[in-house]
Write a protein that binds this ligand. Structure first.
Ligand SMILES: *Cc1c(COP(=O)(O)O)cnc(C)c1O
Length: 392
């Protein structure tokens, strides 16, 4: 790519650029207000105030109390902490050894429960329907007396499907089982109130909504029994050790405030882009839209094309300056088809030919139409040279 300035970034589910206003707020906390928030002298006071302020911003965005917000290094740590922390604590205190989650979770959840399975826990992985939806009845039926935690993601990072979180929360509350949700993709796209939705723990990550990378938070409802993941100093009410990353925490606070403003207005714009792209792409023969037709993230479109390799598609799109992805950033680079596409029932050969385009407010309708035209062009070109396509 000789002209790097002329690229269209449409991989916002993988990460987002830090917003200017966010960067501005962070800047003074690197060299000027650098004090350790645990120190007693007054120059560290700025750090303490900034920490409190950011905690309030995150709490407000979730309808939580600020005492229920804990800063972490990101979505992966929050997921690990919520699940390992409650599973280990409840095993020790109440002999509970069962975990329920779904087949379409992010690897931060799936690999965590696999690890716990190797260490004596029993894991139920719930199926989803053809749109990637979890059935709350299935959650209800899977809960046993020894179930420690149910973890169901708010919105899927690959296909964008938004889960019936209120219904699942209600089931868990009725059965008196902790409910964790990985809401990394949902922040800024869905109005979230942890009390109305009966959520006990919620993971979020700064870099998915205009904040910096390497910072996130875990909401832990007051009274939830949870062990530490990180042991050490007394930060975060002795629940998460490590000197607070004040610049990033400040950035996370500002970013969540901006992301949760005017959600419905922003969603209308994103949906228009997504629908313009979808209309063009679905004119391609033997193509399909993956995920739920309506209950999906406003900026997410995920397609499959028969007879196409996802990697080849992405490389050709890259030549036109289009940054998109095939499934999740964590799966790309491997030859395995996405576990999410397999879970919605797609056969291996079709799951291989997937394309994920995720828009943000920085994109335009023109971007969506340009991408749509180029996808049509590239799919036709690849199929023209494909022996597999000849046979179809
Ligand atoms: C990106 C992502 C994560 C991981 O967050 P990091 O901050 O990158 O560790 C977890 N879950 C979902 C759904 C994600 O999209």
């Amino acid at each position: 790519m000789e002209n790097i300035e002329k690229f269209i970034y449409a991989d916002n589910a993988a990460t987002t650029p830090v917003k200017k206003e966010v960067l501005q707020e962070m800047f003074p906390y690197f060299s000027q207000n650098f004090g350790n928030a645990s120190a007693v002298y007054s120059i560290a006071n700025n750090s303490k105030v900034a920490l409190d302020n950011a905690r309030n911003q995150v709490a407000k965005a979730l309808g939580a109390k600020s005492t229920e917000i804990y800063f972490t290094s990101g979505g992966s740590e929050s997921d690990n902490w919520a699940i390992k922390g409650t599973a280990l604590a409840l095993k020790r205190k109440a002999n509970k050894n069962h975990i329920i989650t779904t087949k379409i979770e992010h690897h931060a959840v799936l690999h965590t429960v696999e690890y716990l399975e190797k260490n004596g826990f029993e894991v139920t992985l719930l199926d989803v329907d053809q749109y990637g939806m979890v059935n709350p009845e299935d959650v209800k039926n899977a809960i046993r007396p020894e179930t420690a935690i149910v973890s169901v993601m708010f919105a899927n990072n690959e296909i964008g499907t938004i889960q019936p979180i209120a219904e699942i929360g209600k089931v868990c509350r009725e059965k008196n089982v902790y409910f964790h949700t990985d809401a990394v993709q949902a922040i800024g796209a869905v109005d979230i109130n942890v009390n109305e939705l009966n959520i006990d723990m919620l993971s979020l990550s700064g870099h998915k909504f205009g904040g910096p990378k390497g910072i996130g938070a875990l909401f832990i409802r007051q009274g939830v029994v949870i062990d530490n993941l990180l042991h050490g100093g007394g930060q975060e009410k002795s629940k998460r050790a490590g000197t607070e990353n004040i610049p990033s925490i400040v950035g996370l606070g500002k970013a969540i405030e901006l992301a949760t403003e005017n959600i419905s207005e922003k969603n209308e714009k994103l949906k228009a882009m997504r629908d313009a792209l979808t209309k063009k792409v679905l004119s391609i023969e033997k193509s399909r839209l993956n995920g739920h037709p309506e209950n999906r993230l406003p900026g997410n479109a995920n397609f499959c094309f028969e007879g196409i390799e996802g990697e080849g598609l992405l490389l050709l799109l890259n030549m036109f300056g289009i940054c998109a992805s095939s499934g999740s950033a964590c799966t790309s680079g491997s030859l395995d088809p996405s576990h999410v596409l397999l879970a919605i029932g797609l056969p291996h050969e079709i799951a291989h030919g997937s394309l994920r385009v995720t828009f943000s407010e920085n994109n335009t309708i023109e971007d969506a139409e340009f991408i749509g035209d180029k996808v049509i062009e590239v799919v036709n070109r690849l199929r023209a040279m494909s022996p597999v396509w000849d046979k179809l």
